[in-house]
Structures are given as structure tokens and as C-alpha cells.
Design a protein around this ligand. Structure first.
Ligand code: ADP
Ligand code: MG
Length: 367
């Protein structure tokens, strides 16, 4: 089932009564979520992710705009008639019910033709429990499960009615680091097997990048960029997106273009074409640096960490907006750690120019 968001907007009255300014939590969101795909909705806290999910599932009504499931408009349909499954961050299982009873719960309220017999309900619960691999735990209470197991129960409960759309709101944030990794792979597997159109909300770029078919990057209620994770990483439309994606983060410098040369501080680092002279913000991905004694960017060497395949170098440059920055080079590139400075060449495809005012990406050609 494809899901279409059309000019979707949600405004809230200000919480501060004196200020009397409304908050635009979601600002004219337009997107056609392709059928059967897993979409990662990504952005910092407060950017409007949960509100977007609540609008899709019907827990909140938009101020303006429309939502379609397939060809049908659902904007004003109550949540129970939309066929959505939702998993929240605090997955709130019923503590006094067993795993099986928790999973069956959404089936018990089905009416009319959809009504199921006890056997049918048990059968469905077992199928779903097998899918999320908790079928051995059916008679336990939530208190007798680990965090990861409880999260699986919550996912099973959201899936048991075979929803057309599955919405997951930061479903992994209550889990410890290892379990988070494991559970996100599980979610990917379950989604691939069921092919249910899924929106997965997270503020963790690594999480979104690793499991999504497409990511939507949001900031302050506005969609910044939509695309395949690797495409967005390689081709950010603005400084916000460039900074939000990637670990270690992109290195940001103040620089300028003069007569076809890109200059950082007093270092002429690259020849560039088809870009006008002026000041720019320059982003360089950590993997865009090549150690070279005759390299064009000269930095003070701070620390070098060898991590197996890679070397992580922390160095300083007067024009770096954060003072120091971390670059990642292959351990095959020798680096003399006794020296006070390090020289880098840059990989042009890893260098981005941004307008100082608008922070939009400014394309350039490599000479
Ligand atoms: P996220 O899930 O990305 O952290 P939310 O969608 O929860 O963000 O919130 C987006 C913005 O809307 C925030 O500024 C938040 O304070 C505001 N907001 C969310 N829900 C309400 C509400 N019920 N009343 C007023 N403001 C709200
Ligand atoms: Mg939220």
C-alpha cells in the first residue's frame, strides 16, 4: 500500500500562552511513500517526526493537507479504520497479560465479518510470534522478558492484524547498544518478509541509514531531503543534511573561491570550475582526506588512532569551524606521528561547498 502525504501541515498553539506564537510541527510535507518499502524518517528531537506519524495513523488531525492510502483518502478516518499498526518508543505492554494475550488483544475487538474465533486468534498470534521469534515465550508476562523481547511483543501486537502500514516511533531507543543493532536487523528482516509499507522514525542517522530503503531528513518541521541513504550522504542538498549524516561527522571549514582556486585559510586546496568567487562554507567528509607530504591542506597533528583497517587522525586548522576535526584514512597510508603537522590532499567527490547565507549546496566542477 503506497501512502501519499499531500501538503501535510500541523500547527499547534503555543505552549507558552504569553508568547502567543504557534508551532508548525509539520510544514507542508509532500511525499509518496512507495508500496512495500521501509522509509526512515530522520531528524533531531522536536523536528516533527512523531507528529508526522500521528497524522498518518490518525491520532492527530492535520491543520491542512491530505493523506491517501493507495487511492483512498484517509485524512479524516479514525485510526481504527485505517489499518495501521503502530509501535511507540515506550511500548506499553499490558503487564498483567501474558505475551499471547498481549498479541491477541487487538484481535478481540474485531466486529462483524472480521470477528475471529478463539482458535483463529491463537493461530494468528502464533504465526506472528514465530515471525518475530518469541513463540517460545507465549505464556510469560512482560515483566519476565528482556527489553528486546518486550519490543518484539510490541511489534507482534502491531502486526497481528496484518496492517497495511506499519509505523514505528523510535522503537529501539529504550534498548542497550547491542540489542539496538540486533533488533534493527530484525525489523529489517520482518519488513522484508511481510512487505508491509513501513515508516521508521529515529533521530539516529546510523540506524536510519542502515535499514531504510529511503530516508527522509527533517528539520524544524520541514523536509530537507528525500532519497536512498547513500545518495543523500553523497549528495546533500544543504549544510544541515551534510552535518546530520555521517559518523564521524563532516568536517566544516570557512573558505573562499578566488579565480578558480578553493582556498582554506592560506592553503590553496583544489582547483574548481563553474563557481563564482566569494566566501563559502566547505564540508569535507572524514574519508575525503589523503595523507600526502606534499598535500595542499596543512594542519596541526593532534592524535592518531590506529583502528585495524583505518587510521583516525585528529588535527587542527585555523579555518575549521570546530577547531579540530577527525579524518579517516586507510592504514596503508603511512603517517609520521612524530611530526607536528600533517598535509592532506582532498578527494573532490567528498568536498562540498555551501552558500554562507542560505546554507544551500553550491555545485562546482573539478578542473
Ligand atoms: P519529534 O518527534 O521529531 O521529536 P514532535 O513531532 O514530537 O517532534 O514535535 C514537533 C514540534 O511540535 C515540537 O516543537 C513540539 O514541541 C511540538 N508539539 C508536539 N506535540 C505538541 C502538542 N500536543 N502541543 C503543542 N506542541 C506540540
Ligand atoms: Mg518523537
Amino acid at each position: 500500500m503506497k501512502v501519499i502525504l499531500q501538503d501535510l501541515t500541523k500547527k499547534f498553539p503555543s505552549r507558552n500562552k504569553k508568547a502567543n506564537t504557534e508551532v508548525t510541527a509539520v510544514d507542508c510535507f509532500n511525499f509518496e511513500i512507495p508500496d512495500g518499502k521501509l522509509i526512515g524518517l530522520l531528524g533531531p528531537s522536536g523536528c516533527g517526526k512523531s507528529t508526522t506519524l500521528n497524522l498518518i495513523c490518525g491520532l492527530q488531525q492535520p491543520t491542512s493537507g491530505k493523506i491517501f492510502f493507495g487511492e483512498d483518502e484517509v485524512t479524516h478516518l479514525p485510526p481504527e479504520n485505517r489499518g495501521v499498526g503502530m509501535v511507540f518508543q515506550n511500548y506499553a505492554l499490558y503487564p498483567h497479560l501474558t505475551v499471547k494475550q498481549n498479541i491477541i488483544f487487538p484481535l478481540e475487538n474485531l466486529k462483524g465479518k472480521a470477528k475471529l474465533s478463539k482458535e483463529e486468534m491463537n493461530q494468528k498470534a502464533l504465526e506472528i510470534a514465530k515471525l518475530v521469534q518469541i513463540d517460545a515465550l507465549m505464556d510469560r508476562k512482560p515483566g519476565e522478558l528482556s527489553g528486546g523481547q518486550q519490543q518484539r511483543v510490541a511489534i507482534a501486537r502491531a502486526l497481528v492484524k496484518m496492517p497495511k502500514v506499519l509505523l514505528l516511533d523510535e522503537p529501539l531507543s529504550n534498548l542497550d547498544a547491542r540489542l539496538r543493532l540486533q533488533t534493527r536487523e530484525e525489523i529489517r528482516r520482518i519488513q522484508s518478509e511481510t512487505k508491509i509499507t513501513t515508516v521508521f522514525v529515529t533521530h539516529d542517522q546510523d540506524e536510519a541509514m542502515s535499514i531504510s530503503d529511503m530516508i527522509v531528513v527533517m528539520n524544524e518541521g520541514k523536509v530537507q531531503q528525500i532519497g536512498k541513504p547513500q545518495d543523500v550522504y553523497n549528495d546533500p542538498v544543504n549544510l544541515f543534511v551534510a552535518k546530520f549524516l555521517g559518523t564521524p561527522p563532516i568536517c566544516v571549514f570557512d573558505g573562499r573561491v578566488e579565480a578558480g582556486s578553493l582556498i582554506i585559510g592560506s592553503d590553496k586546496v583544489m582547483d574548481v570550475d563553474s563557481v563564482s568567487d566569494g566566501e563559502y562554507t566547505i564540508g569535507i567528509r572524514p574519508e575525503g582526506f589523503i595523507v600526502n607530504d606534499n598535500g595542499t591542506l596543512t594542519c596541526n597533528l593532534k592524535t592518531v588512532e590506529v583502528m585495524g583497517r583505518d587510521i583516525s587522525i585528529v588535527s587542527e586548522h585555523g579555518s575549521c569551524q570546530t577547531g579540530s576535526f577527525r579524518s579517516i584514512v586507510s592504514s596503508e597510508q603511512g603517517i609520521d606521528i612524530t611530526k607536528a603537522s600533517v598535509q592532506f590532499d582532498l578527494k573532490p567527490s567528498k568536498v562540498f561547498l555551501f552558500d554562507k547565507e542560505t546554507q544551500k549546496r553550491v555545485p562546482f566542477q573539478v578542473k
